[in-house]
Design a protein around this ligand. Structure first.
Ligand SMILES: Nc1ncnc2c1ncn2[C@@H]1O[C@H](COP(=O)(O)OP(=O)(O)OP(=O)(O)O)[C@@H](O)[C@H]1O
Length: 308
């Protein structure tokens, strides 16, 4: 059976506009606009507490927008919660499955409540994830339970799969093989994946596009294929204690081990480029170098509230 979904090219799986959320007056998500085209594997990256889970909870109807709007597969996750949950798969890092159940009992439960459940696919996934239906969840490792959670998140072939820090619970085998295979399988069908993680090598391997969230705000979105054309890392030696490339908008993320400097800069920075010592070497920026530099740039910024 072919389960592929063919997005028309301009459909949005997720559309978030002007979303703000405060907890006891403290902002967790700050005026976020986010659009994820159907069929993409989209990464959401950010340091701890940057707002990833709060944003994701709005997508599955777990939080109501205080201001702004959220649409998932064209639906309102609060008003159309049941439809959204039927068409969405969700796995979080939290280990909350009922441990007194056996794997098979839990899967039968999901089959009963999820009308789109694909029993044959669930069986294939059980084999692939090396799960035994007779085993009690309490006797599985944390990684084993995370695999059951992953199976339950995808066996109804969701149009949108949301993975919120799934790797925290998965053992290295599941991380390396299973997660990547699952994301590719879901995406090969033309379905959309939103993958929130702090493990940048995983994000780099599977995602098409990445948004960096910091302090509740989306700081930047990049296409992974063109990141190295937009940003470069410049590395060289400098005797002085000063940052060698000046402090224009385009050069930031300075790191030094005492002698060697590493600087991130935008490749469209022609002024700084002409002033660079020719002995310095430049190379395309990696996702992790870009992430470090962008986060440190944000953290060194004086907060708006205390600037006056
Ligand atoms: N229910 C809540 N009550 C109060 N504050 C909250 C609540 N949920 C989140 N926050 C706060 O909102 C901010 C964003 O948290 P959030 O969990 O969304 O970040 P995150 O990027 O998912 O972090 P992590 O990577 O650690 O899971 C943090 O300052 C957090 O303490």
């Amino acid at each position: 059976m072919n389960h592929a979904i063919k997005p028309s090219g301009n459909e949005l799986a997720v559309k978030v506009s002007g979303l703000t959320r405060r907890f006891r007056g403290k902002v967790a998500v700050d005026d976020v606009d986010l659009q994820i085209p159907a069929g993409q594997v989209f990464g959401l990256v950010g340091v701890n507490g940057s707002g990833k889970t709060t944003l994701i909870r709005h997508l599955i109807g777990g939080l109501m927008p205080q201001s702004g709007s959220v649409r998932v597969l064209g639906l309102d996750p609060i008003a159309d919660r049941v439809d959204v949950l039927r068409r969405t798969g969700y796995l979080t890092e939290e280990d909350t499955l009922p441990r007194w159940m056996r794997v098979g009992e839990l899967l039968d439960f999901y089959r009963g409540v999820q009308p789109n459940w694909d029993q044959r696919f669930a069986g294939e996934l059980c084999d692939m994830f090396r799960l035994d239906r007779t085993q009690k969840l309490s006797s599985l490792s944390k990684g084993g339970r995370a695999r059951v959670g992953l199976l339950a998140a995808i066996a109804h072939r969701p149009e949108l799969l949301i993975l919120d820090e799934p790797s925290s619970g998965l053992d290295p085998i599941a991380r390396g093989e299973i997660l990547e295979t699952v994301i590719r399988t879901v995406n090969d069908d033309g379905r959309t994946v939103l993958f929130s993680s702090h493990l940048l090598d995983e994000v780099d391997r599977v995602c098409d596009r990445v948004a960096l969230i910091h302090g509740g705000r989306i700081i930047e979105e990049v296409e992974l294929l063109s990141l190295g054309q937009q940003y470069e890392e410049v590395v060289g030696r400098s005797d002085g204690p000063e940052a060698p490339l000046g402090d224009s908008y385009a050069s930031f993320g300075y790191k030094s081990d005492g002698q060697e400097w590493s600087v991130l800069r935008r490749t469209d920075d022609s002024i700084n480029r002409s002033e660079t010592d020719p002995s310095w070497v430049s190379r395309p920026a990696t996702l992790s170098r870009w992430f470090d530099a962008r986060v440190s740039q944000q953290e060194n910024r004086i907060p708006q509230e205390s600037a006056s």
